[in-house]
Design a protein around this ligand. Sequence first.
Ligand code: PAF
Length: 289
Amino acid sequence: MRVVRTSSDLKEGLAPWRRAGERIGLVPTMGALHAGHMALVAAARGECRRVVATIFVNPKQFAPNEDLASYPRPEAADLEILQSAGVELAYLPTADEMYPPHFSTMVRVGGLSEGLCGAHRLGHFDGVATVVTKLLIQSLPDCAYFGEKDYQQLLVIRRLVRDLDLPIRIVGVPTVREPDGLALSSRNLYLSAQERRVAPELSRVLRDVATALEREPGAVRRETERGLAELTHAGFDVEYLEIRDAESLAPVRDLVTAAARVLAAVHLGRTRLIDNVPVASSPATARRG
Ligand code: PAF
């Protein structure tokens, strides 16, 4: 596996593959790799002849009070993981390479970026949209792979690719979970043993809410309130639990056809956890509130 740190070396590494007409898949990450990232690499390998991964802890997507300084950066272990997963090119730019002096352009996806996590992490999705746009333009892959665990991020990226006419297919990959249901996340490393025991309650409550809504699509308000109460009772400090249209993220009052998603963000001690699950749709029309 070749490791490059500048966008010109990245282009040089990609050039022969592009000349040969080989399909290229991109897996952008912030490192601290786990099986969730490996599912992205596996999906890319399944569809593309060549796979490129990026590792960049993007300062622009962290608010001043967040964990940029302490975010785990196990570079050597990450590179070994990528290499053994069959990645052939790893791009690890520095912050100066991505944001040279006088960098002043931001990509902002209106609407989709504003509620849910966007309401609690101001500027976060502008930082994500900006770095992902740059990574996509620098590498111009055929396909790029993102996890459904960051569901709002996935929709923001799909929208920016469509709006900016980037000729790249965005592929969403289902969340990988621990056997007890906890969604894999680099931030799970922050959990104490006691918090780790509580953490799977998040996915359990989301699944219960989704199952109740599949049986009773009109019960959005009741299930939202029940979900919130159960999360609080389990010991989470809840940022939000919402039931939203799975494509537009618009609030839904009752779900009759439209695919919906139950999404939540919580704090457990100093760790912020997010998760989301689909609600299977049923046969009539959803009325959006
Ligand atoms: O999901 C992530 O790891 C990051 O938000 C991403 C997409 C790599 C952009 O920094």
